[in-house]
Design a protein around this ligand. Structure first.
Ligand SMILES: *Cc1c(COP(=O)(O)O)cnc(C)c1O
Length: 356
């Protein structure tokens, strides 16, 4: 730390992203990326004439991308905005809608409290129940903004759209932000509800189901007033927040719904077969509708499994301490990758690490 850092940031604990190891030797099941490349249309779009125009600024009005997003969500272009990854959109939300603070479940995406701390936003949590489910009944007359990842991370638990609507109804003075990073793996989007509720904002990303984590594209869907507020923050912070290559990539991806649907189907089918095999090995799992499973073994410590798998070249995600300390989060790769994961897990389970 230098002596020039503003005192308000001195004790900040930044977000710790999952490891991105150099070289390609580890089987990466730690950051919920897609095992599949983006659509061939995406690859064609970024290798075309667009790169010759990198001398020009990207389009600050994002017109092609917003038109494509509006089409996908069946809303007007005034009801969508895009960002540099959805993490940036979440930051815009924290800046724009922070007046009365935020409420979130106690176990959720680790970036929310980090952003809240960065922007000095009051951040409160409500406990999950014993099986990691959100207790919707607790969300009543909160008078703060509410942020929910749905499906939640790192549990994968999905809250039906009717339950989101219940939260909206029980909190007439709250903006409800639903982070749908994982919604395309079997959940249902509440984007259509944004036409009924002007207090609902849906945030999404191209990082998971669209196989484009490296392109950094996120978006929001909501009523015109909310989108204008976010636009005001964006234009006061970084009007060229999306580079031309990524914008072209996202437009091309949105044009290839068939490829998107195929990747999602494959991930869902692999998740279901891996879940079954893990159960047969003595794991219990949350009800994940995401592209990962969250699992705990009946007799072997999660940290032990995590470390032994890593030594065998398989990288999973382990969140030490608290209620997550006995769980591993494992991203869903291809069938072949998951065969390797299961095989190595079987080996590790035989090697020790027993709970007393
Ligand atoms: C992965 C993830 C995101 C996506 O972040 P990007 O910045 O779009 O890559 C957002 N929210 C949750 C809950 C996530 O797990």
């Amino acid at each position: 730390m230098s002596r020039f850092l503003s005192s308000r940031y001195k004790d900040i604990a930044p977000y710790k992203p999952g490891e991105q190891p150099k070289g390609g030797t580890l089987l990466k099941l730690n950051t919920n990326e897609s095992p599949y490349p983006p659509s061939p249309a995406v690859i064609a779009a970024v290798s075309g004439g667009i790169s010759e125009r990198l001398n020009l600024y990207s389009d600050p009005s994002l017109s092609a991308l917003l038109a494509a997003l509006a089409k996908r969500f069946d809303v007007s272009e005034k009801n969508v905005l895009a960002s540099n990854g959805s993490d940036e959109m979440l930051a815009f939300c924290m800046l724009a809608f922070s007046e009365n603070g935020f409420t979130a479940p106690d176990l959720t995406y680790g970036f929310y409290p980090v952003l809240a701390r960065l922007f000095s936003v009051d951040y409160r949590v409500l406990p999950l129940d014993g099986s990691f489910k959100i207790r919707t009944g607790d969300y009543k007359n909160l008078n703060t903004a509410i942020i929910l990842a749905n499906p939640n991370a790192p549990t994968g638990e999905f809250l039906p759209v009717s339950e989101i609507e219940r939260i909206l109804v029980s909190n007439p003075n709250s903006l409800v932000i639903v982070d749908e990073a994982y919604v395309d793996f079997g959940g249902e989007s509440c984007a259509p509800l944004t036409k009924i509720y002007d207090r609902l904002l849906v945030v999404g990303t191209f990082s998971k189901a669209w196989s484009m984590a490296g392109a950094r594209i996120g978006y929001a869907v909501g009523c015109e007033g909310l989108i204008n507020d976010l636009q005001k923050i964006r234009m006061s912070f970084h009007p060229y927040n999306i580079n031309s290559l990524s914008a072209a990539a996202a437009v091309a991806a949105l044009g290839d719904e068939e490829y998107f649907a195929d990747c999602r189907r494959r991930v869902i089918s692999t998740r279901e077969s891996v879940s079954e095999r893990l159960r047969a090995l003595g794991f219990k799992l949350t009800d994940s509708l995401a592209n990962f499973v969250f699992c705990s073994h009946e007799s072997v410590h999660a940290e032990y499994i995590y470390e032994k798998l890593r030594a065998q070249g398989v990288l999973t995600r382990y969140f030490p301490g608290g209620r997550t300390g006995e769980y591993l989060r494992v991203s869903i790769g291809s069938d072949m990758q998951m065969d390797e994961f299961i095989e190595k897990t079987e080996y590790v389970l035989k090697s020790g690490g027993m709970k007393i």
